[in-house]
Design a protein around this ligand. Structure first.
Ligand code: CA
Length: 436
């Protein structure tokens, strides 16, 4: 494999083949190009040749124009079309994109302190706590898709990470509450916060282990209450992958777990007790055998009831980074011996430190296939790792007593090192990848 080849990894096995579903698989092998060309040529009279050649040239020229137009550097690219709009047109109250998506995602919760930010006047700006009240917190969480807020607090500007203390907004306190229905329409830009404080926001209760005491379990075996967001994804009754509970109805997992088994009715989610699956969605840019965009969601047929055994894990905030060397945890029912195919009868866990992408991309480790949207965890000398059957499961880090999945917004998938053996390097270290 050349250094410039795109990242790719051979799957260790096909889930479909295990269940005799290969006849449904779309063949990844492209038909012989020469044979197809000869077949097409035999159907076309030669007199049309010049027209076809001119048509191809026009098509290529048109494609190049489309590529140039597609490059939206310094601007916002509408997802519903190739249109580029000025950043000042994003979140300005006017729908400039075909589907109006430039007016979505105008509020976010950022960084390790969960500060509230609003996109306005062409950039993200941090919300001052001046004139802040609970009604606005509810509006912010509603914009983020939550029914209400859980907590909202003040934090000194001096405590913020550098990138969040450059641009600020305040709420327009002259607006009556019933007029404040979207924060990005209700703020004005400030150079600093008069109060010296900004708003922190939590929209959902997550990452708690209510039924677990760290004195109960030793070794690698886990109690279910130790990792209450851990789900077992079972296809026709067999454990195939792990997953994480993120809402009462949704489980996040890896796209490679479901891509070739896109049959919701054949899946059950084991989160004490078993739950039926209503729908499956994987990242539209996921490509089988690639590491990127390896994320999928499974929707349950009915909602989970949270208790000591079932909780949701927190997702990381925008722009939240986890430091290299931080010890995080992976868990699952995967095989406990390398090469062993059977799932473990008990839930296991392992502590794994995060490894910088620079080290992970070293030519003796993963050799450049780790993109900025992925992260590595494990030990370079090997020994502790996630294994076959742990795919899609959680890698969580504890932050201020809350447990979070340790990757960015569009995360997912623990990929076994076995998937890389022989295709990238021989004898790779026992690290896991979280591919987004
Ligand atoms: Ca707009």
């Amino acid at each position: 494999m050349g250094e410039n080849d795109p990242p790719a990894a051979e799957a260790p096995f096909s889930f479909r083949s295990l269940f005799g579903l290969d006849d449904l698989k779309i063949s990844p092998v492209a038909p012989d190009a020469d044979a197809v060309a000869a077949q097409i040529l035999s159907l076309l009279p030669l007199k049309f040749f010049p027209i076809i050649v001119i048509g191809i040239i026009l098509l290529v020229l048109h494609s190049e124009r489309a590529v140039v137009h597609f490059d939206c550097s310094g601007k916002y690219r509408c997802r519903s079309s190739f249109k580029c709009i000025e950043l000042t047109a994003r979140c300005d109250g006017v729908s400039d994109c075909k589907d109006g998506e430039d007016e979505y995602r105008c509020v976010r919760v950022s960084g390790q302190n969960a500060v509230l930010q609003v996109f306005t006047a062409a950039s993200w700006k941090t919300m001052c706590s001046d004139d802040w009240k609970g009604h606005y917190a509810n509006v912010a969480c509603a914009q983020l898709g939550f029914p209400s807020y859980v907590s909202s607090d003040n934090l000194r500007v001096s405590s913020l990470e550098g990138q969040f203390r450059e641009k600020f907004v305040s709420i327009n306190h002259l607006l009556p509450d019933d007029k404040v229905t979207a924060l990005h329409h209700s703020v004005y830009v400030r150079e600093g916060c008069a109060s010296g404080h900004v708003v922190t926001l939590q929209c959902t209760a997550c990452g708690h282990r209510r039924g677990y005491s760290s004195r109960i379990v030793g070794g690698n075996m886990s109690l279910l209450s130790q990792w209450p967001w851990q789900a077992s994804l079972q296809f026709q009754g067999y454990h195939l992958c792990g997953g994480s509970v993120i809402t009462p109805l949704w489980i996040v997992t890896a796209a490679h777990c479901v891509y070739d088994l896109y049959l919701p009715k054949s899946w059950t989610i084991q989160v004490a007790p078993s739950h039926l699956v209503d729908n499956i969605a994987y990242h539209s840019k996921y490509k089988p055998k690639r590491l990127g965009n390896d994320i999928a969601l499974m929707k349950l047929a009915g909602p989970l009831t949270f208790n000591e055994m079932i909780q949701r894990v927190c997702l990381p905030n925008s722009e939240e980074n986890f430091p290299d060397g931080k010890v995080c945890w992976t868990s699952g029912w995967g095989a406990t011996e390398d090469g062993a195919g059977d799932a473990s009868p008990v839930l296991n866990h392992a502590a794994v430190p995060l490894i910088s992408n620079k080290i992970c991309n070293h030519r003796d480790v993963y050799g450049g296939i780790i993109s900025p949207s992925m992260l590595c965890a494990g030990y370079l000398k090997g020994g502790v790792d996630s294994c076959q059957g742990d795919s899609g499961g959680p890698l969580v880090c504890q932050e201020r007593r809350l447990w979070k999945r340790s990757s960015l917004n569009t995360v997912d998938g623990i990929l076994e090192t076995a998937a890389l053996e022989g295709t990238v390097h021989t004898g790779p270290p026992a690290t896991s990848l979280l591919a987004m």
